[in-house]
Design a protein around this ligand. Sequence first.
Ligand code: ADP
Ligand code: ZN
Ligand code: MG
Length: 617
Amino acid sequence: MAANKRWRNAGLYGLLVVVLIALGTAFMGGRPSADNSPRSLRYSDFVASVQNNQISRVLISPDRGTALVVESDGQRAQVNLAPDKDLLKLLTDHNVDIAVQPTRQAPVWQQALGSLLFPLLLLGGLFFLLRRAQGGGGNPAMSFGKSKARVQMEPQTQVTFDDVAGIEGAKLELTEVVDFLKNPDRFTAVGAKIPKGVLLVGPPGTGKTLLAKAVAGEAGVPFFSISGSEFVEMFVGVGASRVRDLFEQAKKNAPCIVFIDEIDAVGRQRGAGLGGGNDEREQTLNQLLTEMDGFEGNTGIIIVAATNRPDVLDQALMRPGRFDRQVVVDRPDYSGRLQILGVHARGKTLSKDVDLDKVARRTPGFTGADLANLLNEAAILAARRQLAEISMDEVNDAIERVMAGPEKKDRVMSEKRKRLVAYHEAGHALVGALMPDYDPVQKISIIPRGRAGGLTFFTPSEERMESGLYSRSYLQNQMAVALGGRVAEEIVYGEDEVTTGASNDLQQVARVARQMVTRFGMSDKLGPVALGRAQGGMFLGRDIAAERDFSEDTAATIDEEVSDLVAVAYRRATTVLSGNRAVLDELADLLVEQETVDAEQLQELLLSRDVHVADYV
Ligand code: ADP
Ligand code: ZN
Ligand code: MG
């Protein structure tokens, strides 16, 4: 069951959002350059506009140097900020919505990009925290701190455990908390010590917020929430005072749940920031610790915090009497996904042909949020198509949309480019289909999506997703598959004609190869050692500077081993494709003609033709 699995957070294992492996051809040149870059506004004009109440919203950049301004009529502009200490007061006086983009590390999906595979769900990672600063004179920092708008209170969340599916273990662990909130006296009477803090740990979209709300809903207590990144603001001292505020309000409303989302934004290991510590954050964290230690015994306040980065949290947070309880909220497995689909299918009109079981099987790696999104997309598609019910067609289209973004059917593609993309994708698909022990091809498409000129969808096996374990041969196959696009271009058009379309593929290959050598101990020359600390964004901040712990010689050997691995993969892809040139041509033709080819058609093609699979491994 999901909750019994240990939450794996190390680069490869934790963030395998490998729902599909999209081997996209990113055609950078061909993108229409839509004019959506905001015009720039002079600072003095900006101030004047604020005074005339013509500005509704301001998004301040992480370095506080610039801001994106939204005018009352919806127009956007960019402004370079002057160091003006009265600005804040001016903005609040004129009821401007202020959002400071927090200085954070790369959103989780970008970190996931740094992990082994090809994550495609670019969901919710990047967000601006919009909020309204309440007006009022006086010291702006003070009015910020007092601003109750940041602490949100829901007297009744209306969410129950019935709304949360697929994470039964986590629910079970929290029923105790519900019991306590309902009957604190019973527990106090027998001298039971109630946990003060519960830390929910899991990837984004798995239902942490939902679960916290459900606890409040089940217990019938108010739900206070605030996001950790909102604590960390530009004015020193604000975070700490906001924490005091929060607890003041909570005490008045006990029993209640206090939910701190993204606690890693404040609770990061102290002294860990890039370029020195962040005083503001540390003060906020200290205040939080003080508050948690301060309330004695069973006051009826239970703090629930959520994070997807337990690895960076300050150990002080985990001490007894603080967040001493951790509940893992993992990605749902197949049966969990089916239950979640069940929850979100409520209130939607699905036609009889919609088979949720099939959907659950096709979506390993999807979180609850992805699944909710999927069914919602399907409903929107059905409405757009003026249907009375959602049919399996909409559901299938929605799965792909959630994975890879909407298709861009209207983008004109020249016949020549269409053929090139077709060969590129056919190359990926054919190598994938002909490699022993690789994920099955789900669909090949040359309809552009996002920045991808075309995509080949693979269905990763549930088992691999579950265990997060990838064999050496799987990784070798994966590199060959990723190179398949480029190799097909080379074979068909000659080496001089290859395009930049494969640049994503090549980056992925290089990353896989390097990780095999330095992290998974899969190199013959270097043997089973891990070299250097985890790379990528995972530990950014704490040890970015301390990555290298090996000699120049070793570094050279690593490079050699990496290029060997890539060379072998390249050779294998070439062997497969040149040995099956006729099938490659046919598949490309089929793609040019139909734009998409599904699993069955590919199978049919492979079965009816003479394919050569034997001797390249
Ligand atoms: P997190 O806080 O872990 O990032 P959320 O709780 O914000 O995730 O989930 C976002 C939405 O996704 C929820 O409001 C709900 O609609 C859906 N969702 C996520 N997990 C589940 C789940 N386990 N069961 C039902 N719905 C879920
Ligand atoms: Zn490609
Ligand atoms: Mg959340």
